[in-house]
Design a protein around this ligand. Structure first.
Ligand SMILES: *[C@@H]1O[C@H](CO)[C@@H](O)[C@H](O)[C@H]1NC(C)=O
Ligand SMILES: *[C@@H]1O[C@H](CO)[C@@H](O)[C@H](O)[C@H]1NC(C)=O
Ligand SMILES: *[C@@H]1O[C@H](CO)[C@@H](O)[C@H](O)[C@H]1NC(C)=O
Ligand SMILES: [Zn+2]
Length: 421
């Protein structure tokens, strides 16, 4: 697929930011093989959004000047979003986040929950983590990994309990590997907030979990891509890495982990593809930083559970992605805990999350975080959660009113997981 450059007349006066006015989102039922379909789609400028695991359907966004060409491809196009520009308007306006008051030597108040009434730019996420730390000064540190391709930090927060930091096995949460999956960072931040709030409130389960595990939480592991979705193209997915003699920009960081990296069918060798794997395993600075961090944990206190938060699709995905017949050796246990997590999620807002191995439940993926975290870093639980909603409900682009409900249902989910560790 070609990179999406400037298509619309709006580009002439809004130099940087791509307008999605008039873009339609279509669902294509996959009549032939996925590869043939992707090949066929590459002849038009469209944005591949997602493959629907239930129906093997593809969701694509098509700009107005490509609509005719899209119809001529010969697939049946079912419209799921009539005007993406209108849907995008419902993401805003952004409410500015104001940093909390701080006094030397005293724990600050927790940040206001109104933070979750809005999406936020990158800097406000960093401020939010800073403020969480200030509210929990004796049991947390902010930290950062990186830098990214463009020199940004991958911001993180480390939480620990009564026995001091860095001693207990790790629970690791990542968000925003894919830049456009905006609901993932605030969902992770919400459940982080809840861990702190309930530890301070002396909730016995949360005190016990934090006394027995350290949390390492990075809500935005692809900061350049994330900033780019705010400033230029809302539906950008990859990082912003350039390659010698390539015009297309960006590597899919969730196809770049150094595990089963080059299994055919699970990623793309084409630098213009949205699932471009890079030129060598782990050749993105973001993945190098995450690998080094997680290997430190694996070789130290060990990693108990890893969750990589994505959207969309309402799925809890276990290893493996690279192979549809291979199963993790503790598959039964991961499946049983995953099923309990899905029930806990459903009990909050009624949303049904499907549980199963990535390859059979979604599609084949090579070089993905969860295969690596399980096989190499030894995480006993290694999951990718695709958050709400489905394509027809907005896909990546859903109003901020979804943030708190998403946070609440996943707080219930992780609490169930905690009860099983
Ligand atoms: C942090 O620990 C210090 C030293 O034990 C103590 O004096 C202080 O009250 C603690 N602060 C909070 C917010 O618990
Ligand atoms: C990846 O696999 C393809 C096809 O099997 C092969 O041609 C290519 O050399 C491999 N690349 C690397 C870097 O291993
Ligand atoms: C997939 O897993 C099966 C069962 O473990 C194995 O026989 C097969 O060789 C694997 N395929 C690849 C491409 O690794
Ligand atoms: Zn994703």
């Amino acid at each position: 697929m070609r990179t999406l450059l400037c298509f619309s007349i709006f580009c002439s006066f809004a130099a940087a930011k791509l307008s999605y006015n008039g873009f339609k989102v279509f669902r294509i039922e996959n009549k032939g093989s996925a590869e043939e379909l992707e090949q066929s789609l590459s002849s038009i400028n469209s944005i591949l959004l997602s493959k629907d695991p239930n129906s093997e359907a593809f969701d694509i966004a098509v700009p107005p000047d490509q609509l005719q060409a899209a119809h001529q491809l010969g697939f049946e196009l079912n419209t799921v979003i009539d005007d993406l520009g209108t849907v995008l308007e419902n993401e805003g306006p952004f409410l500015t986040y104001i940093a909390t008051e701080k006094t030397q030597g005293v724990a600050a108040d927790l940040p206001p929950l109104s933070y979750f009434d809005s999406y936020h730019p990158y800097d406000e996420h960093i401020q939010f983590l800073t403020d969480l730390q200030a509210a929990f000064p004796n049991n947390s540190d902010t930290f950062s990994l990186g830098p990214s391709v463009e020199g940004r930090e991958l911001p993180g927060i480390h939480l620990w309990g009564g026995t001091g930091k860095g001693v207990k096995p790790a629970i690791v949460w990542h968000g925003t590997a894919h830049a456009r999956e905006w609901i993932s960072a605030p969902t992770v931040e919400y459940i982080t907030y809840k861990v702190i709030e309930e530890y301070q409130g002396e909730d016995s389960e949360i005190v016990s979990i934090l006394d027995n595990y350290d949390f390492y939480i990075l809500p935005i592991v692809n900061p350049d891509g994330f900033v780019y979705t705010h400033e230029s193209e809302r539906l950008w997915r990859k990082n912003r890495q350039t390659r010698d003699s390539q015009t297309c920009i960006g590597t899919d960081v969730n196809r770049n982990w150094p595990s089963h990296w080059n299994v055919s069918g699970g990623s793309s060798p084409d630098p213009c593809s949205n699932t471009y794997r890079g030129e060598a395993p782990g050749d993105t600075p973001e993945i190098q930083a995450l690998v080094a961090h997680m290997l430190d944990l694996a070789n130290g206190p060990g990693i108990k559970a890893y969750i990589d938060w994505h959207s969309y699709g309402k799925l809890i995905l276990l290893p493996y992605g690279y192979n549809c017949t291979a199963l993790p050796d503790n598959y039964e246990r991961q499946m049983s805990v995953g099923t309990g997590v899905a029930s806990a999620i459903a009990s909050v807002n009624g949303l049904e999350f499907r549980v199963g191995p990535t390859c059979t439940n979604l599609y084949q993926t090579a070089g993905s975080s969860t295969d690596w975290a399980f096989d190499v870093a030894g995480a006993e639980f290694s999951w990718l959660i695709e958050l709400r909603p489905t394509a027809a409900e907005g896909g990546f682009v859903i109003p901020p009113e979804n943030i708190l409900p998403s946070g609440a249902e996943h707080w219930a989910g992780v609490k169930y997981m905690f009860s099983q560790l």
